[in-house]
Design a protein around this ligand. Structure first.
Ligand code: FDA
Ligand code: NAD
Length: 434
């Protein structure tokens, strides 16, 4: 089979790949120099849409509406854009072998790609219940959500099982966002997760209490402190029931599982240094192998602000790490130096008419502020995280753009706080006065 050579190859065609392509175009690439090789059949798009507007019963988001870079207010890169720039989009092509020593990639169909510089942007894969041997986990209508094909399957089953029962397994991002979209589709929703409250990797008990209360008011039932240990299927192999560890059995026509992701580093195992489950990089997203960069979910990079190595599985970092890596690549070719990555973590989520943002680090003591009364007409509340006397993280539900900017500033500047009771009283005003 033919062998192709490119100066730059991006492996993966998700968020980071799309933003990297835009930056390459901005910095100047000649036609034929850059290729994106993606397992997916479509040009890079804003993945967050898949668990939100893509699943709406009305006015659903569809491609080409949400190709990158619309999610950050940028130009929408349609497939034609890549053609115009001479960037080769090699779609529906999974790389199954990577040999970093000989700078060679091999696809499932047997095609060979050679590169001078490689950018790894393979993102994450979902953790499956079958990975832990959960009985019956391969029944039909048990779904995971990572790529657009997965979202299309959900759209189909929502239509097929009108007014049906959905069990959501997992209380993290996917669990909360899918719980909401399934309810918006008028399905009967039960959420099950092992922890004492939802989104435990970020939420405090106070924050979680509001969201759980809000979901309950929407008619979503929540079962905490237990896990799914098995599934029953009918004669067609379609899931019918979810068996819980505590002995309960839940009827189900659809099961959606969101029990975490795993960075896709398998292709490079043993060839590149890893740390904290990801590919170790420097502040320019260079890996331990010359001419190989890693960006987005797969990169474990120096988080200057916390003097620590971190991996971040969120879209803002996917975008910014991509831009940083490309600037570094082009800069080193031109003998120009650029500043090290200095990232302020930013996570967000939206469901129903709720919308929160978080900046910084969620470690240390917490101070809750604001109004989280479910009966209020416009609840607005948040939390600060305080470590060594300094605010290191800030969360806000229902913030205006100015308010969100203010909490981002607090998390970046890490001001000292003397009195936590006073901080709880002044709440958001503290951020505005920084
Ligand atoms: P991404 O997953 O976007 O792309 C990886 C690409 O690599 C895919 O196209 C994949 O097919 C391809 N690939 C992998 N292996 C390959 C191989 N061997 N050969 C070829 N191609 C290969 N974050 C946030 O901050 N706010 C939000 O609201 C959301 N919402 C959200 C919803 C859903 C449903 C998901 C799954 C994720 C989010 N996220 C999010 C997380 C965010 O989308 C995620 O962090 C970024 O997409 C990461 O970008 P990457 O480019 O690293 O991976
Ligand atoms: P997650 O890590 O956010 O949540 C996983 C959850 O799974 C845990 O909170 C726990 O409740 C639950 N869990 C773990 N083991 C379980 C078990 N055996 N049975 C039942 N529940 C179990 O992961 P996710 O929600 O699957 O999200 C996957 C990826 O997609 C992550 O990288 C996430 O950052 C990303 N994502 C992000 C957003 C966002 O930022 N708004 C939205 C959707 C997805």
């Amino acid at each position: 089979m033919a062998e192709k050579h490119f100066k730059y190859v991006i492996i993966g065609g998700g968020v980071a790949a799309g933003y990297a392509a835009r930056e390459f175009a901005k910095q100047g690439v000649k036609p034929g120099e850059l290729a994106i090789i993606s397992k997916e059949a479509v040009a890079p798009y804003e993945r967050p849409a898949l668990s939100k507007a893509y699943l709406f019963p009305e006015g659903a988001a569809r491609l080409p509406g949400f190709h990158v870079c619309v999610g950050s207010g940028g130009e929408r890169l349609l497939p034609e854009w890549y053609t115009e720039k001479g960037i080769e989009l090699i779609l529906s092509t999974e790389i199954v072998k990577a040999d970093l020593a000989s700078k060679t990639l091999i696809s499932a169909a047997g095609a060979t790609f050679k590169y001078d510089i490689l950018v790894i942007a393979t993102g994450s894969s979902v953790i499956k219940l079958s990975d832990f041997g959960v009985q019956g986990a391969d029944a039909k209508n048990i779904f995971y959500l990572r790529e657009i094909d997965d979202a299309d399957k959900l759209v189909e089953v929502i239509k097929a099982k009108k007014d049906g029962k959905v069990v959501i397994v997992g209380g993290g991002y996917i669990g909360l966002e899918l719980g909401a979209t399934m309810k918006i589709n008028n399905l009967d929703v039960i959420m099950v997760y092992p922890e004492p409250w939802c989104m435990p990797r970020l939420f405090t008990a106070d924050l979680a209490a509001f969201y759980e209360g809000y979901y309950a008011k929407k008619g979503i039932k929540i079962i905490k402190g237990t896990v799914a240990v098995g599934f029953d299927a009918d004669a067609n192999g379609e899931v019918k029931a979810v068996k819980l560890k505590d002995g309960r059995v839940l009827d189900a026509d659809i099961v959606v599982v969101g029990v975490g992701g795993r960075p896709l580093t398998t292709l490079f195992k043993g060839q590149v240094e890893e740390e904290k489950g990801g590919i170790k990089t420097d502040g320019f997203f260079k890996t331990s192998v010359p001419d190989v960069y890693a960006i987005g979910d797969v990169a474990t990079f120096p988080m200057k602000l916390f003097n620590d190595m971190r991996r971040v599985e969120h879209v803002d970092h996917a975008r910014k790490s991509a831009e940083q890596a490309v600037k570094a690549i082009k800069g080193s070719e031109e003998g120009k130096s650029i500043d090290e990555y200095d990232y302020l973590p930013y996570f967000y989520s939206r469901s129903f008419d709720l919308s929160w943002q978080f900046y910084g680090d969620n470690v240390g003591d917490t101070v809750f502020f604001g109004d989280s009364d479910l009966e209020s007409t416009q609840p607005k509340f948040g939390s600060y995280w305080i470590k060594d006397g300094k605010i290191v993280g800030a969360f806000l539900e229902a913030g205006t753009p100015e308010e969100n900017k203010a909490i981002a500033k607090v998390a970046r500047l890490q001001p000292l706080v003397q009195n936590l009771d006073e901080l709880a009283k002044v709440g958001l005003t503290f951020a505005f006065n920084i």
